[in-house]
Design a protein around this ligand. Structure first.
Ligand code: NAG
Ligand code: NAG
Ligand code: NAG
Ligand code: NAG
Ligand code: NAG
Ligand code: NAG
Length: 395
């Protein structure tokens, strides 16, 4: 009897909360799962078993590729398929422990470039072929939707005059086949003003897709020849001394998306769980725009100069000097004398989530699960993703 009462109460409460919640839909946490992290050594190794599904509303499998004939290219069939590690099926099984979790497959990414996408999107026939191949792939495998991560229409080998419209046309084609079957369509898009203008018909894109994952990061890194933060929330005063650098931050980019007509509820603010690092040219000059020699020293897990996961930063560089940039609302650390890394921590992530809430955005996207302290080496497991979920009232 008591149990029944409790049950009724819970249902009733849910009803009330559900009705009240209509104005305030549940926020999204879109988590990218990168398939290649299973090959990382030691504690860096990240596989499906390391995912905590309670911290994501959506998981995007990254990545599949695209062939010129419009077919889906499974890039690492050893990781993905039954004959190998069976990664896709094991990922999809996470829905057994969290019923409302949505798992999408993401096509594209930085390494895929733009050329093939440009070609396929420019031809009505191949657009239709691609859309149908995507549908077939999703239905055969059992995904809940599709995420297009073309980096970027009109850039990096794409066609600057035609890609913008053809990207919209491709999304419409995809939408026609996916939405009628209740499958999700999302896209990951650029977060730099000059790229947004070249690549997207913002208002049209926003109409067609369910979610827009805005990559408001990689504003600075060892591809520059000076120090800067990977993802400042706001510009620093000094940014205005360098042409257009005052646009290289989360706020400017997201306001650009919104001003051009994107539906805020469809926008997910992208947060990177890695930092970008530098080797300083002069260890006494650690300020923004200080000259660098090259990327920072590679970490034992990510094994790439200029990149460090939060799990590497907290485990190996916690004794460096911590600096909070109060203009940009982000931290960096200086360690081993000449190493500078700009990254996200609980504090900066909280600022970004507050920003998303204040602007009525749909939620947060993170790239990617494997860079958080997912083993809890430095404290609680998944400190950054947990902070995001708490700040969005999801935990
Ligand atoms: C479009 O693609 C189809 C199928 O590959 C091909 O037969 C046709 O020639 C292409 N059209 C153009 C204009 O390239
Ligand atoms: C872009 O596409 C247009 C129309 O098909 C074509 O005339 C132009 O040469 C293309 N530009 C490049 C750089 O490929
Ligand atoms: C691709 O975009 C260009 C420029 O808007 C347009 O002329 C062309 O018709 C588009 N291609 C297709 C197949 O729709
Ligand atoms: C930022 O400033 C640097 C240094 O002057 C310059 O090389 C770079 O092109 C600027 N960034 C943008 C987006 O214009
Ligand atoms: C650091 O480097 C920047 C860029 O070269 C320069 O403008 C600044 O004066 C330097 N600061 C110090 C303390 O050397
Ligand atoms: C910081 O920690 C690293 C790794 O634990 C160690 O190699 C280094 O010597 C330490 N540096 C300082 C200044 O304590």
């Amino acid at each position: 009897m008591k149990l029944l009462l409790l049950f009724t109460c819970v249902v009733f409460l849910n009803c009330i909360l559900g009705i009240q919640g209509q104005d305030k839909p549940k926020k999204h946490v879109v988590c990218y799962f990168s398939s290649w992290t299973v090959y990382r050594p030691g504690n860096g190794k990240f596989d499906v078993e390391n995912v905590d599904p309670s911290l994501c509303t959506h998981i995007n499998f990254a990545f599949v590729g695209l062939k010129e004939d419009g077919s889906v290219n499974v890039l690492d069939s050893w990781q993905a398929d039954k004959d190998g590690l069976n990664g896709i099926n094991r990922l999809l099984e996470l829905r057994n422990v969290k019923k409302d979790l949505k798992i999408l497959v993401s096509m594209g990414g930085w390494n895929e470039g733009s050329e093939v996408y440009s070609k396929v999107a420019a031809n009505e026939t191949t657009r239709k072929i691609l859309a149908n191949n995507v549908l077939k792939f999703i239905e055969e495998r059992g995904f809940d939707g599709f995420d297009l991560d073309w980096e970027y229409p009109g850039l990096r080998g794409g066609n600057e005059t035609t890609d913008k419209d053809n990207f919209t046309a491709l999304l419409k084609e995809l939408s026609e086949v996916l939405k009628s079957r209740g499958l999700l369509l999302t896209t990951a898009v650029a977060g730099a003003v000059e790229k947004i203008d070249v690549s997207y018909d913002v208002a049209e894109v926003s109409k067609v897709v369910d979610m827009i994952n805005v990559m408001v990061f990689d504003y600075h890194g060892s591809f520059d020849n000076f120090v800067g933060h990977v993802s400042p929330l706001y510009p620093a005063k000094i940014d205005f001394n360098f042409p257009d650098n005052e646009t290289y931050n989360v706020d400017t980019a997201l306001q650009h998306w919104l001003n051009k007509g994107a539906d805020p509820q469809k926008i997910n603010l992208g947060i990177v769980l890695y930092g970008r690092s530098f080797t300083l040219a002069d260890k006494t000059n650690t300020s923004l725009y200080a000259p660098i020699i090259e990327g920072g020293k590679e970490g034992p897990f990510s094994r790439q100069s200029g990149i460090l996961g939060y799990n590497e930063i907290c485990a190996f560089h916690n004794n460096g000097t911590y600096v909070w940039d109060d203009e940009q609302k982000v931290p960096h650390r200086i360690y081993d004398e000449d190493q500078w890394v700009g990254f996200e921590d609980e504090r900066s992530v909280q600022h970004k989530v507050d920003y998303a809430l204040k602007n009525n955005l749909g939620g947060i996207m993170v790239w990617s699960l494997d860079y958080d302290d997912f083993r809890g080496t430095c404290g609680e497991k998944y400190p950054l993703l947990t902070t995001i979920n708490k700040a969005l009232n999801l935990l």
